[in-house]
Design a protein around this ligand. Structure first.
Ligand SMILES: *Cc1c(COP(=O)(O)O)cnc(C)c1O
Length: 712
C-alpha cells in the first residue's frame, strides 16, 4: 500500500500542475532522467509525460535511478515557494494584497509546451508573470487560450515556409477549469449587436501567480465564434475586434465573476484596451456616478505599456465594427456614437478616423510607457498629436526597459558556476550590481569550458533538428554529412527573430561574396545558425526567410550556414545558451526593445547589434559589439547598405580578431574579458526582476494608493 500523498506519481503530478517547474531545471531533470526519449516525444510536457506512465512504472524507474529524494525535495521546495510570506512583494506591496495587479496580454510565452505566444511580446508577458511570482507581487494575468496556438513552421524544398496548426489537448496541459460559486463552469458573456459571445475560463498556476485564459470554444457559441480563440493573429479585422472584445471586456468580467477588485489594470499592448470600458461601466453601475467621474477613477489605476514603434502596427477599427461590437456597452456608458468613437480617435472631430486601441489606452491611463529609452522617444513623437499643446518631450510616455526572467533563460551549467561564485542567494539578489561584480573572480578557463560545453550542446541539438528536416525534404547530402555540420571551434553566430522585413534578417547576405569569404576563411572562419518564423500573411517576410533558407541549402555553405525550423521557446533556449555571438540588425529605430540579446549575455554570449532598443542603453564599447554608430537615414535602402558595410567591418576588424586571439592553451582572454564585462554590467539591469520592480515602484504602487484613497 502506498500513502496517496507520498506516492511519487502524485507528487510529480503536483509538480506538473504548477508551471514553477518551467524555471527549475532540477525538476525538468527528474523527467528527463526518468525517460529522456519520452520527454522529447511529449514535447517537454510533464502532464503528457505522466499520462503515459503508470504509478508503478514511475516507482520502478525512480527506484532504479534513486530519484526518491530528488522528487521529494522538489516537491518540498515548491510548497515552500508557494507558501513563503517574507517576499519582496509582501514587504513592499502591502496595499495590493486585497486588490491585485491585473495584467492583460494577448499572448503569454511561458514554455514550449504551451504555444499561446508568437514572439517577443508573449515571452515578455511570460517573464513578467514569473518575476512577479518570484518577487511575491500580488498579480494575476488574463489572456486567451488559443486552441491551436501559434503555427509550427516547416520549410519545403524551395525554402518556402509552410504552416501547421495542431489542436491543443487541454487534458495534457496543467489547466483547471474555473467554476462559479455553484461549482459549475464559469461562463463569461459579452453582448454585441449581433449576438452574445461566450467563453469559459481556464486557470494556469505560474508559481504564485494565476493566469486566467478565456476560451471561446464552448457550446453556446456559433461555429464561427467557437473558432475565435483558435489562432493568434489570424484572420481579418472583424475576428480581431472580437478577440479583443473577449480579452478586454470578457477579461474584466472574469474579475467581477470572481469578486476580484483590481488595484491596478496593466494593459500589455493595446489589444486589451477595452478592459478600460468595462471597468468604467462597472463603476458607473456600482457607484451610480456619471461617466466622466468613473472614467477619471479608472484612469487613475490604469497602466499602459506600448510595444509598437510603427504607426501601422496599432489596431484600428472602423465605426461600423465598433458599433456592432461595442454598441451595447456604449449605451450603458451613456455615450453617443460620436462621443464613443472620440475615445479612440486622435482627433475627436474627425469623423473619418478609425477607433485606435492605443489611443483608447493612452487617453485613459495614468501611466504609459515604452519598453526602452529610444522606443519611448519614438512613441512620444508618434503620439504627440494627442497632446498638441505640450512640447514633444513632455508627452506623458516614459520608459521601463524590458528584462528577461533569468532562471528561465540561464543554462543550468552556468547557474552552477554562478552559485559557487556569486553566492547561494544570488537569484534573489540579482538586481544588485555587487552580486555580478563577482563574475570577475571566475577563472577564465572554467568560464570558457562551461561556454564550450553549452556550445557543443547547441550543436548537437541543431544537428538533430537538421537531420529531421533533411529527412523530410529527402536531402541525402545533408544526412550524410550531418556530423560535419557546425564545428565547436568555429566562431558561432546566432541570428533568430521574427522575419518581419524591418528586422532585416538577411543583412549579412548583402554581399554574398564577402559573406562567403568570412565563412570559408581557412584560419578564422565563422558559422551562422538562423531561425525564425514569418507571419503567415507576410509575403515579404516569407521571401526574406526563403533567401536565407536557400542559401543554407547550398552545397557550398551547408556545413556553416544552417536554418533551424520552428523557432520557439525551446529553440530559443538552446540558441541563447550556446552561441558565441548574437546578431541583431533591425532598421533603427524600429526595434522597440529586443530581449533575446539579454538572454545571451547571461550565458556568456556577446551581442553584435545595431544601437537600437535595449542595446542602445547597454553598449559601452567593451561589453559586446556595435554595428554602426546609431545613425539613421530616411532612405531605407541607403540605411540597409550602410549598416551592411558596418556589419562586415565590425566582424572583420573586431569580432573575428578578438575571438581567434588565443593563448597557448587556446583560451581567448580578451574575448572572455568582454563576456565578463557584459555579465557584470548588464546582468543586474536587464533582468525581469528589475523590470517588474520598476513597474511596482513607479506605476503599481502609486496607482494602487490612488484607488484606495478614492474609495475611502
Ligand atoms: C526572447 C524571444 C523572442 C524575443 O526576442 P527579440 O529579441 O525581440 O527577437 C522571440 N521569440 C522567442 C522564442 C524568444 O525566446
Amino acid at each position: 500500500m502506498t500513502d496517496p500523498d507520498n506516492n511519487l506519481h502524485n507528487r510529480l503530478r503536483a509538480l506538473a500542475q504548477n508551471l514553477w517547474w518551467a524555471w527549475h531545471p532540477e525538476v525538468i531533470g527528474i523527467f528527463t532522467d526518468l525517460d529522456p526519449h519520452l520527454w522529447r516525444q511529449v514535447d517537454h510536457n510533464p502532464n503528457a509525460f505522466l499520462n503515459r506512465m503508470t504509478p508503478e512504472q514511475i516507482e520502478e524507474r525512480a527506484a532504479d535511478l534513486v530519484l526518491h529524494s530528488r522528487i521529494n525535495y522538489a516537491f518540498r521546495r515548491l510548497n515552500e515557494y508557494v507558501e513563503k510570506n517574507k517576499t519582496w512583494g509582501a514587504i513592499h506591496c502591502g496595499n495590493l494584497s486585497n486588490r491585485p495587479v491585473v495584467y492583460f496580454s494577448a499572448e503569454f510565452g511561458l514554455h514550449e509546451s504551451l504555444p499561446i505566444y508568437s514572439g517577443g511580446l508573449g515571452i515578455l508577458a511570460g517573464d513578467h508573470l514569473k518575476s512577479a511570482s518570484d518577487l511575491g507581487i500580488p498579480l494575476l494575468g488574463i489572456g486567451l487560450l488559443y486552441n491551436q496556438g501559434y503555427f509550427s513552421q516547416r520549410l519545403n524544398k524551395d525554402g518556402w515556409q509552410e504552416e501547421d496548426y495542431v489542436n491543443l489537448d487541454v487534458k495534457k496541459l496543467p489547466l483547471q477549469m474555473v467554476t462559479n460559486s455553484k461549482g459549475k463552469p464559469l461562463v463569461i458573456q459579452v453582448d454585441t449587436r449581433s449576438g452574445v459571445l461566450q467563453a469559459r475560463v481556464w486557470k494556469l498556476q505560474v508559481g504564485r501567480v494565476p493566469l486566467l485564459l478565456l476560451d471561446a470554444n464552448v457550446e453556446g457559441n456559433s461555429t464561427e465564434d467557437r473558432e475565435l480563440t483558435s489562432r493568434l493573429y489570424g484572420g481579418d479585422n472583424r475576428l480581431r475586434i472580437r478577440q479583443e472584445l473577449l480579452l478586454g471586456i470578457g477579461g474584466a468580467r472574469i474579475l467581477q465573476a470572481l469578486n476580484i477588485t483590481p488595484g491596478v489594470l496593466h494593459l500589455n499592448e493595446g489589444h486589451s484596451s477595452f478592459a478600460i470600458l468595462e471597468e468604467i461601466r462597472r463603476i458607473i453601475e456600482y457607484d451610480q456616478i456619471p461617466f466622466h467621474r468613473a472614467r477619471r477613477r479608472v484612469s487613475l489605476y490604469t497602466v499602459f505599456t506600448t510595444h509598437t514603434p510603427v504607426a501601422a502596427g496599432h489596431d484600428r477599427f472602423s465605426p461600423d465594427l465598433v458599433e456592432e461590437h461595442l454598441g451595447v456597452i456604449r449605451e450603458k456608458l451613456g455615450l453617443s456614437h460620436d462621443e464613443f468613437m472620440a475615445l479612440g480617435r486622435v482627433n475627436p472631430e474627425d469623423g473619418s478616423e478609425p477607433f485606435c486601441m492605443t489611443v483608447l489606452a493612452l487617453k485613459n491611463s495614468r501611466r504609459a510607457n515604452g519598453v526602452s529609452a529610444i522606443h519611448a522617444d519614438v512613441s512620444r513623437l508618434m503620439w504627440h498629436s494627442l497632446w498638441p499643446t505640450r512640447p514633444e518631450v513632455e508627452v506623458p510616455i516614459g520608459h521601463i526597459t524590458n528584462g528577461v526572467h533569468v532562471l528561465s533563460w540561464l543554462a543550468p551549467q552556468m547557474f552552477q558556476l554562478f552559485e559557487t561564485r556569486l553566492g547561494q542567494d544570488w537569484p534573489t539578489r540579482m538586481v544588485h550590481p555587487d552580486v555580478w561584480e563577482k563574475v570577475a573572480e571566475i577563472d577564465d578557463g572554467e568560464l570558457w569550458e562551461t561556454h564550450q560545453n553549452l556550445k557543443m550542446r547547441l550543436i548537437r541539438f541543431v544537428r538533430r533538428r537538421l537531420q529531421i528536416q533533411a529527412e523530410r525534404r529527402g536531402d541525402r547530402e545533408t544526412i550524410k554529412q550531418i556530423d560535419q555540420i557546425l564545428d565547436p571551434d568555429v566562431l558561432t553566430i546566432g541570428c533568430a527573430r521574427r522575419f518581419a522585413t524591418y528586422k532585416r534578417g538577411d543583412l549579412i547576405m548583402f554581399h554574398p561574396e564577402r559573406l562567403a569569404r568570412l565563412v570559408e576563411d581557412a584560419h578564422r572562419p565563422i558559422q551562422i545558425i538562423f531561425a525564425g518564423k514569418a507571419h503567415p500573411q507576410d509575403h515579404e517576410g516569407k521571401q526574406l526567410l526563403q533567401r536565407i533558407a536557400q542559401y543554407s541549402f547550398n552545397a557550398a555553405s551547408r556545413k556553416r550556414i544552417v536554418f533551424v525550423e520552428n523557432y520557439d521557446y525551446n529553440v530559443g533556449r538552446h540558441l541563447v545558451q550556446g552561441v558565441d555571438v548574437w546578431l541583431n540588425n533591425p532598421r533603427r529605430p524600429l526595434e522597440a526593445c529586443g530581449t533575446s540579446g539579454q538572454k545571451v549575455v547571461l550565458n556568456g554570449g556577446l551581442n553584435l547589434s545595431v544601437l537600437d532598443g535595449w542595446w542602445n542603453e547597454a553598449y559601452d564599447g567593451e561589453n559586446g559589439f556595435a554595428i554602426g554608430h546609431g545613425g539613421m537615414h530616411n532612405d531605407e535602402n541607403v540605411q540597409y547598405q550602410r549598416d551592411a558595410e558596418y556589419l562586415y567591418e565590425t566582424l572583420e576588424k573586431e569580432v573575428i580578431p578578438v575571438y581567434y586571439d588565443r593563448d597557448t592553451n587556446g583560451i581567448p582572454h580578451n574575448w572572455i574579458a568582454r563576456m565578463k564585462k557584459a555579465m557584470q554590467n548588464l546582468g543586474w539591469r536587464f533582468n525581469a526582476d528589475r523590470m517588474v520592480k520598476d513597474y511596482a515602484e513607479r506605476f503599481y504602487l502609486p496607482a494602487a494608493s490612488a484607488t484606495s484613497a478614492e474609495t475611502l
